[in-house]
Design a protein around this ligand. Structure first.
Ligand code: GLA
Length: 731
């Protein structure tokens, strides 16, 4: 049983294969957190609790016990205003204006299977691996009821959490903050690893010890953002890739979020994750409820590499819905960095033909095919095909591409509109903009109010027709600015604080409808690259364009950081031109391909400019990519070096789930004169099996490769890369 309830003690223990999680409700109804960590069996951990009369930590009403204070207890989900001064899950104003919520235990129930969250992406359970614990807490005065949901995935070593807040009373309650979960670790030194960044340099890991006080990671941009990812890791100080305690908290949400950590006066650590309280206010009339997004917790003693693999497997298995998640993705050519918006149908067809000759399987027509979209200052929202620009109809173009045996994909940016379009002229009130104010633009575009049903229905009509009327195999769904002027014309003044989350609910509704109706279409998410790379989006998009920066040397860091939480097969990654359009850096074609093969692979350059020798290389790359795809989809991923601090080279490894094959990739960052040897030890191979090195034909045991390692020949020149394929052999 993965969930154990001892009613006499109100003690609840969640068991996964390697971890335990324990909580209990005391006689006063406070739900204490006792433990999250390596498996501890059925032990009752209440004696590990620490009570002290801490001074200036109040005692709850009616409790004259000086060492009993909410301010010093580890709790599962905190109320507010009643004596815990740390960061809290809730902030409310009740009908009488009071900012108080005092949550007391009502009941706990085991529910078979996995709960779902209406309107929100959430983990599902196809294999019967999950059980749900529902714990109900209630404020005795306002009757605000908080139902805590715990999804216990036994084999996956993942515990999901979410909360449903319901107004069971008679007064209106305003939620100014409603977090998804709190994790109150009573003991231990923790280091926080988080993933910050900017456009063209997303998800850069940063690791630092948590110190007394609060550290906050957040996005208030209306998207999970390039700048902070809704994923954080707490690691014990000496945790490495291969060993040590660490736990992750990943939000299944793509909008404004907050992950906060506080080290308290007594040296306990509280982590709270959920929707950001920036500009948030949700009104709960009597009987109404609010559902928070989900958080995925996972814990391991096996180091950061194992934690990443737990998330990779879980996202692949229980978050991504698309049937494409288990399929090799078509190798594509995207025309963006080849032509930008300067194309017609003939140019696109020529690119397709050249790509087809080299073995590419799909043409993706990027931005600029619709409306009056000559450049990025106009046209978004007018999704009629610009036949004058193309010189043909879309179906003619697709027909010619399909006749080559190639699939066809197309770029869209549904959530936006430009001034000067028909859509904007007809529906100026569809954009987020406050009365009497001119809204700010970003990339010359305005943001549609996705919280409006009429907007979502209209977009559904446009894009379902596009997919129904055309032979389209792939959609690149972009979002190229962040939200400002958060004001919805359909919400009353007192409910404007709901606009940002309602935007997300509308977006998820649209994605849900389109992806359910067109399950065979491969959707790739994008937001100026990786500005919305999160588990929420992965529910609908099995891959996401990782970054607008295609420089392979920058990508080493971006893909490295992304890999801590997200499987490599979800990272869109393309071979682009050299010199690179973002950085101006020159790199060999082989290196660009080796780096792109660590993700969902494709090309994004003008193939007409390549030499015959380079074209031959591309044919070989496509063959190699096809061999690697199964490893990428269901294999194990290892970071062999630390891409953030590497000065000589960066290396990573993909290994088949049965350890029958592996691929090691390595990029030299800085060639040396009179160099030190390049030596790497591998990971995850079967120690007793024999593996043949494809380059040298030499055979080594897995044990030798993982301990003695491989020494590479001297690699000189700028940014040389090698790929070593290892195949299990009987000899
Ligand atoms: C965004 C995307 C790019 C490209 C452009 C088109 O920046 O990330 O890949 O599609 O939009 O405008």
């Amino acid at each position: 049983m993965s969930i154990q309830i001892i009613p006499a003690k109100n003690l609840f223990t969640l068991h996964t294969a390697h971890t335990s999680y324990q909580m209990w409700a005391d006689e006063r109804g406070i739900l204490h957190h006792l433990y999250y960590g390596p498996a501890i069996g059925d032990d009752d951990l209440r004696p590990t609790e620490f009570y002290s009369d801490c001074g200036f930590s109040p005692n709850p009403a009616g409790v004259e016990v000086r060492d009993y204070s909410l301010d010093t207890m580890s709790q599962e989900y905190t109320g507010c205003g009643v004596g815990d001064y740390r960061i809290s899950c809730l902030s409310v104003s009740n009908g009488d204006g009071s900012p108080l919520a005092d949550l007391r235990f009502v009941e706990a129930k085991l529910v078979p299977g996995k709960y779902s969250l209406p309107g929100l992406p959430a983990a599902f359970d196809e294999d019967g691996d999950c059980q749900t614990l529902r714990v109900v807490l209630k404020d005795p005065v306002t009757a605000l009821t908080v139902t805590l949901l715990y999804g216990v995935y036994e084999k996956a070593d993942v515990i999901t959490r979410a909360a449903i807040l319901e107004n069971g009373g008679t007064g209106t309650i305003r939620l100014h903050k409603a977090a998804s979960a709190c994790l109150d670790l009573p003991f231990g030194e923790w280091e926080l690893i988080h993933f910050h960044g900017r456009h063209c340099m997303e998800r850069q890991p940063q690791r630092a010890p948590l110190s007394f006080g609060i550290q906050t990671l957040r996005s208030a941009r209306g998207a999970s953002s390039h700048h902070h990812n809704p994923f954080a890791i707490l690691a014990a100080p000496h945790t490495t890739e291969d060993a040590g305690d660490c736990l992750g908290a990943m939000l299944v949400y793509s909008g404004n979020f907050k992950i906060e950590c506080e080290v308290s006066q007594l040296h306990s650590t509280r982590l709270i994750a959920g929707i950001s309280d920036d500009d948030f206010c949700w009104t709960l009339a009597p009987g109404e409820s609010f559902t928070t997004p989900e958080v995925l917790f996972s814990y391991t003693t096996g180091g950061l590499g194992e934690l990443s693999r737990q998330y990779h497997r879980f996202l692949q298995h229980s978050i991504i819905r698309s049937p494409w998640k288990n399929r090799p993705r078509p190798i594509l050519i995207n025309n963006w960095e080849a032509t930008y918006m300067d194309f017609d149908g003939e140019r696109i067809y020529n690119i397709t033909r050249q790509a087809h000759e080299l073995g590419v399987e799909m043409m993706v027509l990027d931005d600029g095919w619709f409306g009056e979209r000559a450049d990025d200052t106009s046209g978004l929202g007018d999704w009629w095909v610009n036949e004058e620009k193309l010189g043909c109809s879309l179906s003619d173009l697709i027909g010619r591409i399909r006749a080559l045996g190639m699939r066809f994909g197309i770029w869209i940016e549904p959530e936006m509109v430009c001034r000067g379009t028909r859509l904007y002229a007809e529906h100026p009130d569809w954009v987020l903009a406050a009365p009497g104010r001119t809204p700010a633009t970003g990339r010359s575009q305005l943001v549609l109010d996705m919280g409006r049903k009429d907007v979502v229905d209209c977009l559904y009509g446009i894009f379902s027709a596009l997919l129904r009327d055309n032979d389209i195999s792939y959609i690149k769904w972009d979002m190229n600015r962040n939200i400002t002027d958060l004001y919805s014309h359909v919400l009353p003044a007192g409910r404007q604080g709901e606009a940002a989350h309602r935007y997300m609910l509308g977006l998820y509704d649209l994605l849900d409808r389109l992806t359910r109706e067109f399950p065979e279409v491969l959707f790739e998410g994008c937001s100026g690259g990786g500005g919305r790379f999160d588990a929420g989006m992965l529910q609908y998009f099995p891959q996401i364009w990782c970054s607008d920066d295609t420089d392979p040397i920058h990508r080493l860091k971006i893909q490295y950081g992304t890999s801590f939480g997200y499987p490599p097969c979800t990272m869109g990654s393309h071979v682009s031109a050299s010199p690179n359009h973002q950085s101006g850096r020159h790199t060999p074609l082989n290196t660009r391909a080796v780096v792109a093969m660590a993700g969902a692979f494709g090309y994004e350059l003008d193939l007409g400019l390549l030499s015959e020798e380079e074209k031959a290389q591309i044919r070989t790359q496509i063959d190699t990519c096809r061999k690697l795809q199964p490893l990428l989809l269901d294999g194990r991923y290892d970071r062999l070096t630390d891409a953030m601090t590497d000065t000589c080279f960066t290396a990573w490894q993909l290994t088949a789930s049965d350890a029958s094959r592996a691929a090691v990739s390595l990029v030299v960052l800085n060639p040396q004169a009179n160099p030190w040897p390049i030596h790497i030890t591998l990971k995850g191979l079967d120690p007793d099996a024999h593996y043949r090195d494809s380059r040298t034909g030499k055979v080594f045991t897995g044990a030798a490769l993982c301990h003695a390692g491989l020494t590479l020949p001297i690699l000189s020149g700028d940014y040389t890369a090698v790929q070593i394929l290892l195949e299990r052999t009987d000899t």
